[in-house]
Ligand binder design. Structure first.
Ligand code: UT7
Length: 327
């Protein structure tokens, strides 16, 4: 069985924090942030919202897009490094919020690489016949965990959620190959302690990110039996425009095949790739038959890449800017 992506959705808090706003909070400058990261603004979750309320909203959009009801979902996989509690999992909360009473629930935390890991798990379950319909959510509320006095990190992160539905089908399509990896020796370079704030060695993580992005993408493309030139659209983790451009240059991938939206949302960790996928679809960048690559890197240190064949005929609505939970 093949795991086709049949639904997609996103949820973005309405409140924007611009670089000009940040100039009032820490000693920084719009020019520095834009030239070093490409980020112009990020979203901040509303007081009453949570990681799982954002995640549930994105999931609701993805299910509507796939034309599925709550009873159709057999497994919810939720990727996040910023849940409200150690337990219950946000997958359990999303299951409850959407009334997915027939579904099992599974949380994973591979930080920025979490969504790709979730997609790989889903593909495995579908290939072995365990499940036919799986919801994968990436949701983060990073702005509650950054140190607002640390200019080196607080300018980088934002809140968001994205989701996809994958469904089993006999016709070929969906992920062709995955490359997943971890180097735990770099674990201390990017950490969020349980009672602390996000802490990062930016320079070291930057170096790792460019290398991981290029090598993981090459490994996934190789495993799929394809060449880099076969990629129609690359959807990379949106951490820093310089990381993306540097990797694209090394790989000789033309930038018009690389989707970016980091300028609008900053780094939203596990939400970054599914949100970018939604926007690439909305902008008409993805068509049936296209070869899509996705690649992520981040805390762990961990990374993941996939190459997939897009089979969905058309791009439609994938969510909007409403406050979560108001549908
Ligand atoms: O999802 C994966 C997780 N994270 C990442 O992918 C992030 C990877 N790292 C990066 O993107 C970059 O390292 C940063 C954007 C975090 C930093 O850019 P950089 O070019 O590596 O800057 P730097 O850390 O080498 O700092 C250069 C200077 C320093 O001043 P001095 O020591 O040269 O006087 C910093 O104090 O820039 C200063 N600086 C700032 N200045 C204004 C650091 N943050 C800021 C700021 N505004 N917000």
């Amino acid at each position: 069985m093949y795991a086709h992506i049949t639904g997609w959705g996103k949820s973005l808090p309405e409140r924007r924090l611009t670089n000009a706003d940040l100039e009032e909070i820490v000693e920084t400058a719009d020019e520095w942030i834009v030239s070093r990261t490409g980020i112009r603004e990020r979203r901040i979750v509303a007081a009453g919202d949570t990681t799982d309320s954002l995640g549930a909203e994105a999931a609701r959009c993805a299910l509507a897009q796939a034309n599925l009801g709550p009873q159709d979902v057999e497994l919810v996989i939720a990727a996040s490094c910023t849940p409200e509690a150690l337990f219950p999992g946000i997958s359990n909360r999303i299951q409850e919020r959407l009334g997915l009473t027939a579904a099992a629930a599974l949380d994973i935390n591979q930080a920025c690489s979490g969504f790709i890991h979730g997609l790989a798990i889903a593909q495995g379950f579908i290939a072995t016949g365990q499940y036919r319909t799986i919801l994968i959510v990436g949701a983060e509320v990073l702005t509650r965990h950054v140190d607002w006095t640390d200019r080196a990190t607080c300018v980088l992160f934002g809140d968001a959620a994205g989701a996809v539905v994958v469904e089993a089908a006999a016709e070929p399509g969906g992920p062709l190959a995955f490359d997943l990896g971890s180097d735990g020796t770099g674990g201390d370079l990017l950490m969020l302690p349980i009672d602390g704030k996000l802490d990062m060695n930016g320079r070291e993580v930057y170096r790792f990110a460019v290398t991981a992005m290029t090598s993981s993408l090459v490994a996934a493309v190789d495993k799929a039996g394809l060449a880099l030139a076969d990629i129609d659209v690359l959807i990379p983790h949106q951490a820093n425009i310089r990381i993306i451009q540097s990797a694209a240059q090394t790989l000789k991938l033309p930038l018009d095949r690389v989707f970016t939206n980091v300028e609008k949302y900053g780094n939203t960790s596990a939400a970054s790739i599914p949100v970018a996928l939604c926007e690439a679809i909305e902008e008409g960048r993805i068509a049936a038959g296209d070869t899509i690559a996705m690649v992520a890197f981040g805390a762990g240190l961990a990374w993941g890449a996939t190459v997939l064949r897009w089979t969905h005929p058309a791009a439609v609505d994938s969510g909007d800017e409403r406050e979560p939970g108001t549908r």
